[in-house]
Design a protein around this ligand. Structure first.
Ligand SMILES: [Zn+2]
Length: 165
């Protein structure tokens, strides 16, 4: 159980027969969902894909795809557009949902589940500039993408499936 206390009243949470713990005091049932996030496989006209080196912890300096977490109430495609503007200074024009994968993400010493959506971006406007969470970017041919040094194993799983599709 990730949390010990009720977010509504501070009472103690206890395990129940169902998946969600319940507050002993106010009886609030605390459902915990995976946190939604996304990654973008951006392709250029030569069919190469863009990989990013992470600027910050966790997993600073490792390979990643541009992306991030969805804000509360934000639609996935709005998050995709927002993050690509923030991190790369481009506007996504043509994109489609490619795949998804559950991840184990450690933040501030605690591990939680993430639901990672992956979008294939085949058209964008603007010139790519690495900024914000992205230290630098590199283009790779689809069959020559690094197999090690990834920040998160779920990304390499998705890339391998995409290479073999
Ligand atoms: Zn409570």
């Amino acid at each position: 159980m990730l949390y010990q206390f009720c977010p509504c009243c501070g009472g103690r949470l206890t395990k129940t027969d169902s998946a969600a713990p319940q507050c002993q005091t106010c009886h609030y049932i605390f459902y915990q969902n995976s946190a939604p996030a996304f990654g973008a496989l951006i392709m250029n006209e030569q069919g190469q894909v863009l990989l990013a080196k992470r600027q910050h912890e966790p997993e600073q300096g490792k390979w990643d795809l541009p992306g991030g977490f969805l804000d509360y109430g934000e639609e996935a495609e709005a998050a995709l557009k927002r993050e690509l503007e923030e991190e790369l200074n481009i506007t996504a024009v043509k994109y489609e949902l490619l795949d998804s994968e559950i991840g184990d993400y450690v933040f501030q010493g605690r591990e939680f589940k993430t639901l990672n959506l992956f979008y294939l971006v085949t058209e964008y406007q603007g010139t790519i500039v690495a900024k914000d969470d992205v230290a630098s970017v590199y283009w790779f041919d689809k069959q020559n993408i690094p197999t090690s040094g990834w920040a998160f194993n779920w990304i390499s799983k998705v890339i391998t499936r995409w290479q073999n599709s």
